[in-house]
Write a protein that binds this ligand. Structure first.
Ligand SMILES: Nc1ncnc2c1ncn2[C@@H]1O[C@H](COP(=O)(O)OP(=O)(O)O)[C@@H](O)[C@H]1O
Ligand SMILES: [Mg+2]
Length: 333
């Protein structure tokens, strides 16, 4: 594996916090100019990985280079090449948007005029001009994230770490953030993006690395990952009067694997093969079992299915308070 041709290379990376194996032998390669999505549920080890690569944490073992520099031996050189937007926006509440950017410029010892111009350019670009001279504590969540991202771009880094850039944002702010990130990528910035949203990884990242418990459990393009879990998915919504267990039992005969039931949405999903006759067979089997359904459809596997088939649990719907809480319902469409 070449450490100079790739923006980021991690080999057998390990980080233990006491008994917790936050990162447990993780391998990762991010070529220059690409976006790689590090996808995993809460507690999977995403932030720990990013913090090691950004030189904020020392790994227990393993090796990583960023922009060709070994992270533990040449942290300063690494820091000069990267920008980091953390999971929780690191914005000074009492400074204005512009002052926040100026401060970052000073931390990096960049020339004053350069920083002033760059700040203006970033404020314009991220739709923050009107708010530029107000204290950041008056900003909405989306504005804070955009300011935080601007701050990570002041030094014009070649490599950008985005740690869950849209977690907790409302749908409109999320869309706005996605546009901003897509633009950066089009301009050739290398991005390591962590997310627990399958949709986000699907949309922004060419390569997706799925991690759980600090290890890589799959990687590939979204299409490759979807194909890897096999055929189509039969999805039914069981009517309130009927039993989910009966529905699962009725589908056993022609499922390719175990059907899963979500009591919250009353949705039963089952991997199937056999094309269009599956639908007819399913209707017949459910009818025979006396199960009434509100909806029944055949669809291509989504990344949710990939996740479920790899980990045995569904991805988080919303950011959970408890770092290890998992699988509490499926993500909306
Ligand atoms: N400073 C720390 N001390 C102890 N445990 C930690 C620390 N940071 C993270 N962890 C634990 O390591 C695991 C991975 O955490 P993290 O990297 O934050 O996951 P993610 O970002 O994917 O949600 C979790 O079990 C978390 O509780
Ligand atoms: Mg995290």
């Amino acid at each position: 594996m070449s450490h100079s041709d790739n923006a980021i290379v991690a080999e057998e990376l390990v980080k233990h916090f006491g008994d917790v194996r936050a990162v447990d032998g993780l391998d990762l390669v991010v070529p220059y100019g690409k976006v790689v999505g590090l996808l995993g549920p809460n507690g999977a080890g995403k932030t720990t990985t990013v913090r090691i690569l950004a030189t904020l944490l020392t790994p227990t073992s393993g090796r990583a280079t960023v922009a060709g520099h070994e992270v533990t031996r040449h942290p300063d050189a690494v820091r000069r090449s990267i920008g980091l937007t953390g999971q929780y926006a690191a914005v000074d509440e009492y400074l204005t948007g512009r002052e926040n950017l100026d401060m970052v410029g000073r931390l990096y010892h960049l020339p004053k005029n350069y920083v002033a111009d760059r700040a203006q350019e970033l404020l314009e670009r991220f739709d923050l001009v009107e708010a530029a001279d107000r204290p950041a504590r008056t900003y909405s969540g989306g504005m804070r994230r955009r300011l935080d991202l601007s701050a990570s771009l002041v030094g014009n880094p070649r490599i950008l770490f985005l740690d869950e850039p849209t977690t907790g944002l409302d749908p409109r702010s999320r869309l706005q953030m996605w546009e901003v990130i897509s633009d950066l990528v089009k301009e050739g910035t290398t991005v390591l993006l962590t997310t627990q949203y399958l949709e986000e990884a699907d949309l922004l990242a060419e390569d997706i690395v799925v991690i759980d418990h600090g290890r890589v459990i799959a990687h590939g393009t979204s299409d490759v990952l979807k194909t890897s879990v096999g055929g189509d998915r039969l999805e039914i919504v069981v009517s309130p009067g009927s039993s989910l267990d009966d529905a699962v039992a009725a589908l056993v005969g022609f499922s390719d694997g175990a059907a899963t039931a979500d009591p919250d949405t009353r949705r039963v999903t089952s991997p199937v093969s056999g094309g269009s006759t599956v639908l007819v067979d399913a209707v017949r089997a459910l009818d025979t079992a006396g199960v009434k359904v509100d909806d029944l459809a055949l669809r291509r596997p989504t990344l949710d299915d990939v996740f479920l088939s790899l980990t045995g649990h569904v991805a988080e719907e919303a950011p959970a308070e408890a770092p290890t809480s998992r699988g509490r319902g499926r993500k909306g469409a």
